[in-house]
Design a binder for this molecule. Sequence first.
Ligand SMILES: Nc1ncnc2c1ncn2[C@@H]1O[C@H](COP(=O)(O)OP(=O)(O)OP(=O)(O)O)[C@@H](O)[C@H]1O
Length: 231
Amino acid sequence: MSEPQVPVAINLEQVYYQYPKNGAELSIPAWQVLQGERVFLYGPSGSGKTTLLNLLAGVLSPDRGSITLLDSAFSTLSGAKRDRFRARHIGVVFQQFNLIAHLTVAKNIELAAYFAGNTRVKRDDIAALVAALQLSTDLLDKQAGQLSVGQQQRVAIARALINRPEILLVDEPTSALDASARDAFMQLLTTLCAKLNATLIFVSHDQSLQQYLDVTVALSSLCSPREDAPC
Ligand SMILES: Nc1ncnc2c1ncn2[C@@H]1O[C@H](COP(=O)(O)OP(=O)(O)OP(=O)(O)O)[C@@H](O)[C@H]1O
């Protein structure tokens, strides 16, 4: 008997994006990621990793081509529909975490649930997620701006996971951590993703982190082979 087919979570076809300001461009003919796959995406600084994540998060829209996420024609959705889709189905952790410094940890996480129209989230759920990320629940009522970088990073992950997204996009989150904190963080992140069966795209230029993920992809291997169209 054949194995049941794993659905495709992310599908890119002929995606092309160029920054209007300086002409820097990214061109990806085809890329597919299966639901539940945990992908380590690497490439040198300036190769376009963040640009690709921004396209997957709908922060940028491709000039040409299509991005399909979970069977939805994501890149053709209108702004409001794309925002709603992102809030419900995609968790994003940016390099700078983008927490609201003057709000408490609990409020930062609650806001993500609010924007996704997720009214079921209770303080106990937030506390449980924070505890699963090995943060003290005493921090829930502290302002996010008062936490250490490592703590902020975990809050950013909690905020990204509170709506149980099918897709989690994480951009170079470990550069501020020492080696043992980095190991612990990677273990936690991948364990939580496995629990949620979330598709994880983890971007870094630090190749030592690839051991924690299922698949390693060099951004250069996805890009258009045309020599005049760098990543
Ligand atoms: N907002 C922007 N406006 C114009 N050009 C940009 C912008 N952001 C990135 N670029 C350019 O696009 C290219 C890819 O940048 P990007 O930040 O995606 O690379 P990266 O691989 O994530 O780099 P790093 O590892 O340093 O974060 C670079 O040439 C960069 O200068």
